[in-house]
Design a protein around this ligand. Structure first.
Ligand code: HEC
Ligand code: HEC
Ligand code: HEC
Ligand code: HEC
Ligand code: HEC
Ligand code: HEC
Ligand code: HEC
Ligand code: HEC
Ligand code: HEC
Ligand code: HEC
Ligand code: HEC
Ligand code: HEC
Ligand code: HEC
Length: 464
């Protein structure tokens, strides 16, 4: 913009002599300079500046016409001895005499009003383009108070006053004088945010970065317009209203500040559902300490539990906490994906154990004869059937730790019994052909399997 080179779009008003000036860029530009003979002999920069206005010629960046001829802009009026000057054209039109700036659809107000001198010095200055101040530091702040710079989180370029990395100073074909459309603009400096080969991109990016970020500043980290989950719910509210409406358990993770983004990436991810990483790591970001449910129940420190119990349950070895838990909200106790009785004793009904029998064979508890179904048998009597399949049946938690254990078959060390926090020791010991536990729920008991019959299909019906 500005001075087109080399052909030029200068405003050639009168048919005056054309002088050729060397531009700082080395290219030649033609400018309309009044012919010397039309001017008083002593009206040269040397005479004017040499005597009284020396400072005008001693600027780091000089405006070509001022270096060459003061008469380009000033004329003496009245008696020369009075040393009174006028401009060759009205001051507001002076610059337009030689410069034709592009008039894009969006004009910056001071430019539209011809107030070029609010930003440029007509003679020269210490800054490029004869600007009155450093355009990457404080030029724009002469007029824009930029109150947003007092926000808690200020965008890097804004903090230093480099407004022109994003805005054009004169005019632009885009709203808000932007250099480029906001999305492309942001990526010129933040290309790392883009989805790379093999990554899923968040569809929200199509609406542009400034849908979520304030380009200048905000009181939220990363200049976010709002913190998650509020930010995310701006678009996902409907879906979440569906999940949480009437949900018995809403996961604290989704209501916690920043919640959604602990598990999800905001921009792109290699994992499905924009997940940040593998389980259990993502879960352990928060479950690395004891927590409390909304009802005040204690939630164990899972990091500690997994670290001190090396034998992990199959799905956990596979990193699939969500094989059993809903990540957001659900109808079941402990966010479980399927039914599982919350108590120690529960009247037996196969449907209430859907969670376990999603993967394990129901016959494990349905059949009285073990028939090679389970190692937990005395002779051929199925001890799972015996313990679980009762009016006052024991739920799996009476004996098994569902996440991880030290003992074989995920038998627990102890089980919480009653409501006063008493831990009942199980003292399970395995033997080559059976096992024993006690004294606990009952006096010491042993079970001994009949001739070792291998399990027909393992514990997982039909599943590998
Ligand atoms: C490109 C046009 C232009 C040229 C060439 C030019 N001036 Fe100016 N000059 C101006 C304008 C415009 C103002 C008024 C500035 C303002 O109002 O802020 C001005 C103001 C002045 C002033 C008064 C205020 C000040 O800045 O000190 C003096 C003195 C002056 N010019 C001297 C000169 C001398 C000497 C030359 C030649 C070396 C020269 N000018 C060349 C445009 C020009
Ligand atoms: C008499 C013609 C003339 C007038 C009037 C004039 N300019 Fe210039 N201007 C030039 C020429 C020729 C150049 C190129 C030489 C140079 O770069 O200094 C130039 C260069 C510039 C540059 C630097 C451009 C670059 O790319 O580096 C700026 C900025 C500028 N002028 C602003 C102004 C402003 C603001 C005014 C009004 C106060 C003005 N000019 C009035 C002739 C003029
Ligand atoms: C709000 C401040 C501001 C105003 C007002 C302003 N300019 Fe500029 N101008 C700038 C900045 C900043 C640059 C340098 C842009 C860059 O380096 O990217 C510039 C650059 C220029 C250039 C160099 C070529 C170019 O476009 O980069 C010319 C010529 C110029 N201005 C002329 C004018 C004229 C003529 C006016 C009045 C019609 C004017 N300016 C008004 C801030 C301003
Ligand atoms: C001489 C005072 C002045 C200077 C210096 C100035 N501006 Fe402005 N700017 C204005 C005015 C006046 C408006 C219109 C009123 C408003 O929106 O605040 C405006 C509006 C804007 C707008 C909004 C345009 C729109 O379409 O809504 C942007 C963006 C902007 N300026 C950027 C800049 C940048 C970048 C600089 C530095 C290169 C700068 N301004 C320097 C006075 C100035
Ligand atoms: C990282 C790029 C970027 C930087 C740096 C930047 N802006 Fe902006 N600015 C924008 C974008 C994008 C918009 C449009 C916002 C929108 O449409 O919601 C904007 C809008 C504006 C507006 C219009 C009013 C508004 O807030 O929407 C003004 C005025 C403005 N900027 C001034 C400035 C000033 C002054 C600076 C320097 C202190 C600056 N900007 C630095 C990107 C930037
Ligand atoms: C000219 C380069 C530039 C452009 C263009 C730019 N930024 Fe930045 N951005 C930076 C710099 C520099 C930082 C500060 C560096 C840092 O803190 O790591 C930053 C920081 C950020 C941060 C905070 C990063 C952090 O770790 O705290 C966000 C978010 C951001 N930019 C978003 C945007 C958005 C959105 C846009 C487009 C409107 C944009 N940026 C355009 C240079 C740029
Ligand atoms: C759906 C909302 C959303 C959109 C759209 C969005 N971001 Fe972000 N961005 C965030 C959130 C939330 C964070 C906070 C860190 C996190 O949780 O990922 C963030 C963090 C950042 C950061 C700093 C941390 C990092 O990952 O480097 C940068 C830089 C950034 N965003 C740039 C961009 C750019 C550039 C775009 C446009 C291409 C964009 N963002 C679009 C929500 C968004
Ligand atoms: C500007 C609207 C908007 C915002 C804000 C937004 N999203 Fe999205 N998001 C979408 C759209 C559109 C889709 C694609 C359709 C769908 O799955 O609902 C999507 C999809 C998703 C998906 C599913 C991706 C997949 O591959 O299945 C996740 C996860 C997601 N968003 C998380 C978030 C998180 C976390 C935030 C907050 C940081 C957020 N979204 C903010 C619009 C948005
Ligand atoms: C504890 C981790 C976690 C938190 C916190 C979390 N999500 Fe998810 N989200 C997931 C997992 C895991 C999936 C994949 C579920 C699946 O594959 O069945 C998912 C799937 C999604 C999906 C796509 C599938 C669907 O269910 O619609 C969207 C959209 C989504 N989450 C948005 C959000 C938003 C918005 C928030 C915050 C309000 C949030 N998530 C909080 C873990 C989480
Ligand atoms: C952002 C932190 C955070 C993350 C990440 C997180 N949780 Fe939670 N979780 C909590 C908080 C806080 C509670 C306690 C409040 C409550 O009950 O929801 C909780 C409770 C739970 C509960 C008990 C719910 C109840 O009320 O009975 C389960 C089960 C659970 N989380 C599983 C998971 C799983 C599985 C993951 C990984 C997919 C995970 N959590 C990731 C914060 C988190
Ligand atoms: C095989 C199904 C299953 C898998 C896989 C699973 N859980 Fe659980 N989880 C449960 C059951 C069942 C309960 C309820 C335990 C009880 O009350 O006896 C539970 C309870 C919880 C609780 C509440 C603990 C407390 O002290 O009450 C948290 C937290 C939890 N799980 C997190 C996780 C995390 C993290 C993962 C992945 C490492 C995971 N779960 C994997 C079935 C599972
Ligand atoms: C998502 C599938 C899945 C669910 C749901 C599931 N399990 Fe498992 N379970 C497995 C896998 C896989 C193994 C490992 C089998 C192996 O190592 O041969 C396993 C192993 C076991 C073992 C130990 C077997 C052994 O001898 O080491 C026990 C005990 C067990 N599960 C109990 C349960 C209980 C109780 C539930 C319900 C609370 C349950 N499981 C829910 C998949 C599941
Ligand atoms: C009274 C304690 C007790 C209860 C209650 C119990 N189990 Fe077991 N379970 C055991 C013992 C002991 C073993 C180990 C047998 C062996 O290897 O000698 C076992 C083994 C298993 C195995 C490994 C395969 C096999 O059968 O040998 C699975 C799977 C299993 N139990 C699932 C469950 C499920 C599901 C429930 C709840 C419906 C449950 N158990 C209830 C004590 C119990």
């Amino acid at each position: 913009m500005g001075i087109p080179r080399p052909s030029g779009r200068w405003l050639c008003a009168a048919v005056a002599a054309m002088a050729v000036l060397a531009s700082p860029g080395g290219g030649k530009v033609a400018a309309q300079i009044p012919a010397p003979r039309e001017r008083p002999q002593d009206f040269t920069p040397q005479t004017c500046a040499g005597e009284c206005h020396k400072d005008i010629l001693e600027r780091k960046v000089m405006h070509g016409p001022a270096k060459q001829d003061c008469g380009n802009c000033h004329v003496i009026t009245g008696n020369p001895a009075d040393h009174k000057f006028a401009f060759v054209v009205p001051k507001e039109q002076l610059c337009a005499k030689c410069h034709a700036l592009p008039h894009d659809t969006v004009m910056h107000q001071p430019v539209k009003e011809g107030r070029c001198l609010e930003c440029h010095d007509p003679h020269g200055s210490q800054h490029p383009k004869q600007l009155l101040a450093d355009p990457k530091r404080d030029l724009c702040l002469r007029c824009h108070k930029a109150d947003f710079r007092r926000s808690q989180f200020v965008h890097g370029p804004v903090a230093v006053g480099a407004c022109i990395v994003c805005h054009r100073p004169h005019s632009s074909p885009r709203p808000k004088l932007l250099i480029d459309d906001p999305k492309t603009l942001c990526l010129t400096c933040h290309a790392e945010v883009q989805a790379k080969e093999g990554m899923h991109a968040h569809a929200a990016l199509e609406q542009g970065c400034i849908r979520c970020h304030d380009p200048h500043a905000s009181d939220h980290h990363f200049q976010l317009r709002e913190e998650a989950p509020g930010l995310c719910l701006q678009c996902h509210k409907e879906r979440f209203d569906q999940i949480t409406a009437g949900a018995k358990v809403v996961h604290g993770a989704i209501t916690a500040q920043g919640g959604c983004t602990v598990c999800h990436e905001s921009h792109a991810s290699r994992q499905a559902s924009l997940l940040r990483g593998k389980q259990p790591d993502t879960c352990l970001v928060c479950h690395d300490k004891a927590l409390k449910t909304a009802q005040g129940a204690a939630i164990a420190n899972m990091t500690e539990l997994l670290a001190s119990n090396p034998d992990r349950h199959g799905p956990i070895r596979e990193g699939a906490c969500t094989a059993c838990h809903e990540p957001h909200a659900g109808q079941k106790f402990r966010l479980l994906a399927e039914d599982y009785p919350p108590q120690f004793y529960a009247p037996f009904q196969i449907d209430t154990f859907k969670l376990c029998f999603k993967c394990h064979i129901p016959d494990l508890v349905l059949k009285q004869s073990a028939q090679g179904l389970t190692q937990f048998r005395d002779g051929d009597k199925n001890l799972h059937w015996l313990h679980v399949n009762q009016k006052k049946g024991r739920t799996c938690r009476a004996c098994h730790e569902v996440h991880a254990s030290k003992r074989p078959s995920h038998i627990r060390e102890a089980v919480p019994f009653g409501t006063n926090g008493w831990l009942l020791q199980i003292n399970y010991e395995r033997s080559p052909d059976g096992g024993s536990c006690a004294p606990a729920c009952h006096v010491q008991r042993e079970y001994k399997r009949d001739a070792a019959k291998p399990l027909l299909s393992g514990s997982l019906g039909g599943q590998p």
